[in-house]
Design a protein. Structure first.
Length: 236
């Protein structure tokens, strides 16, 4: 599985820079990838010895990585000293999508008010066309999908908004993977919904673009909420 690095439009598969090569950092990066790709599912219980064996390293750097992940709230340690991957619950979904709606609707407004239609059309169409023509695993598909939404959220490079997007981006990927795994047949619909947003932007139809974006995000949110309703593992 590819490692991830932060680029202007999100985390993308690339080689980790050489400064990021300590064993503890390697363990941290691999575990993050396993969490957001659903190789390790939300709510899963982890065993230190098995993780050390699977990562082919001693427990000392692994413990350092686990401590960092606990500090970042990816992991919790329960009363029985079990290491548990943070579940996804309805509160997580609600909070993430409330923020995404604010950021992405703001992006639609900025595209039109700043007369950034051409640049948005080029960039969003490139992402759309890449997704349509991709024949890869779901994880890499979702990484490209997230670039569409990252572009709208961070279009004017507001440093505070970019920082906020960075903090929530890994959770966005994990939620997108959960949504896709629960409704794998929705890829074509996603492509159509993205294109509908692009077409409204090209027409400078602010209200049409906002409506299409909201419909798209709320459909994903509804599918996630349905998936949570069916699962006992995801919820805390």
């Amino acid at each position: 599985m590819p490692e991830l690095y932060w680029s202007e439009v999100g985390w993308a598969p690339e080689e980790i820079e050489e400064k990021e090569t300590t064993l503890a950092t390697t363990a941290y990066n691999k575990l993050i990838n396993m969490f957001i790709s659903l190789e390790i599912f939300p709510g899963a219980h982890l065993q230190e010895r098995q993780l050390a064996e699977s990562l082919n390293m001693s427990r000392t750097p692994l413990r350092e990585a686990l401590t960092r992940l606990c500090h970042e709230s990816w992991l919790t340690i329960n009363s029985r000293r079990n290491i548990v991957v943070r579940p996804v619950n309805l509160t997580t979904v609600r909070e993430v999508f409330e923020v995404r709606e604010m950021l992405e609707l703001r992006g639609v407004d900025r595209v039109i008010s700043d007369d950034a239609i051409h640049a948005a059309f080029v960039n969003l169409t490139l992402v759309h066309d890449t997704m349509v023509n991709m024949h890869v695993d779901d994880f890499n598909y979702i990484l490209v999908n997230q670039k569409f939404h990252a572009y709208l959220s961070t279009i004017d490079h507001n440093s505070l908004i970019v920082g906020l997007w960075k903090r929530m981006h890994l959770e966005n990927i994990r939620l997108a993977m959960l949504a896709l795994s629960s409704t794998p047949q929705r890829k074509k619909a996603v492509h159509n919904e993205h294109m509908a947003i692009i077409e409204m932007l090209l027409k400078r139809d602010r209200e049409g673009a906002r409506k299409n974006l909201l419909d798209h995000l709320r459909t994903i949110r509804a599918n996630l909420e349905k998936a949570l309703g069916r699962s006992t593992l995801l919820k805390s």
